[in-house]
Design a protein around this ligand. Structure first.
Ligand SMILES: Cc1ncc(COP(=O)(O)O)c(C=O)c1O
Length: 355
């Protein structure tokens, strides 16, 4: 605390990201990074960067990348906004469209939403999820406040089908609905095809999970051009170059390699299946997941006990002290070898306690 801090900064409770330990020996299943490294084309694009590209400022409009995303998503480049990770896209979006307003999210969802709400003086309602952690769609529809919804949701992994997103977006066309698809590509239906017919919808995406590029920091939003223009106004009042030349080139290569996306996503779904079945056989409840992580609770052992026992055996997962989910663990889907190791260790932990 310094006496130079403005009052707002002193009152902030910033987001705390998952631990990034330096150790290589840990099995790191705590921040939902993709189990696989990105496509070869991405690494080639990074290697092919020239000195001249680094000498100059990058394209402030990220034209090539936005065109690649537009082509992949069947929208126009004017409907695409790119930023430094979807966190930055979302931060600008809260500033551009939600600042000072009433907004609904869920009581069990991405922990950054309340941080932005506080930063931008938003009156936030956290609508409780139902007992099975599914979204209380009726509650969201019955309130006219804007909605920010992660789909699939984190940390639950549950996803709403597109027709339920349609019902939400159309329940009141005068309020904005933001669908955060950070976990796109692992099985959930996307809301992007709804953008053409709905000027009150923004869909955000991340390359961090789907494309194995958490280290590159690229995210994007798809919405009608007037909304995208609003985001550009914020960006150009903050930092004209959120994506450097390396990120623009590598992300373009990633988006264009659709075969990699398909194969890598399938491998995540396969491992997710093995992890889920193995854990269920040991007495875990495993929520149905459409993401690259699973949300689990043991029928007798406390979450904290399992978390600590895994940690002492070099396996890192994520848990929260929040009352409603304090017994639950969020476990990222790793490689098949990591999943097998997790199951071996988990069997030891469970049988040590339950016999
Ligand atoms: C629901 C959700 N949205 C957005 C993000 C931010 O992703 P990134 O900034 O890496 O694109 C995350 C990251 O964990 C997330 O879980």
């Amino acid at each position: 605390m310094s006496r130079f801090w403005v009052e707002k900064i002193a009152g902030l409770e910033p987001y705390v990201p998952g631990e990034q330990p330096a150790s290589d020996t840990l099995i790191k299943l705590n921040t939902n990074e993709h189990a696989l490294p990105p496509a070869d084309a991405v690494l080639t694009a990074v290697r092919d960067i020239t000195g001249d590209q680094l000498r100059r400022y990058p394209d402030p409009t990220a034209e090539r990348l936005r065109s690649a995303i537009a082509a992949a998503e069947s929208v126009s480049p004017a409907q695409v906004y790119v930023g430094n990770g979807s966190d930055e896209v979302l931060a600008h979006l809260w500033f551009a469209f939600l600042k000072g307003q009433r907004v609904q999210t869920l009581d069990t969802t991405y922990g950054f939403y309340p941080v932005w709400a506080a930063l931008y003086d938003v009156d936030l309602t956290e609508v409780p999820v139902l007992d099975d952690f599914s979204v209380d769609l009726e509650a969201l529809k019955n309130d006219d406040a804007a909605v920010v919804l992660a789909n699939p949701n984190a940390p639950t992994g549950r996803a709403l089908p597109r027709d339920e997103i349609v019902a939400l977006v159309e329940s009141n066309r005068d309020r904005l609905v933001v669908v955060d698809e950070a976990y796109f590509g692992f099985g959930a239906e996307t809301a992007v095809p709804l953008v053409a017919g709905h000027d009150n919808l923004v869909v955000t995406r991340s390359l961090s999970k789907s494309h194995g590029l958490a280290g590159l920091r690229v995210g994007y939003a798809i919405a009608q051009a007037e909304l995208i223009e609003g985001l550009n106004r914020v960006k150009n009042s903050f930092n004209s170059y959120p994506l450097d030349a390396v990120a623009q080139s590598a992300a373009t290569a990633a988006i264009e390699d659709m075969q990699w996306l398909e194969a890598a996503s399938q491998s995540v779904r396969d491992v997710r299946e093995v992890m889920s079945a193995g854990l269920e056989a040991m007495g875990f409840e495993v929520l149905p997941s459409q993401a690259n992580f699973i949300f689990i609770q043991h029928n007798t052992l406390p979450g904290k006990h399992i978390f600590d026992a895994l940690r002492s055996r070099d396996i890192l997962v994520r848990r929260w002290d929040k009352q409603r989910i304090k017994n639950w663990l969020r476990v990222s889907v790793g490689t098949m070898a990591q999943a097998e190791q997790l199951l071996v260790v988990m069997r030891e932990i469970v049988s040590a306690e339950t016999g």
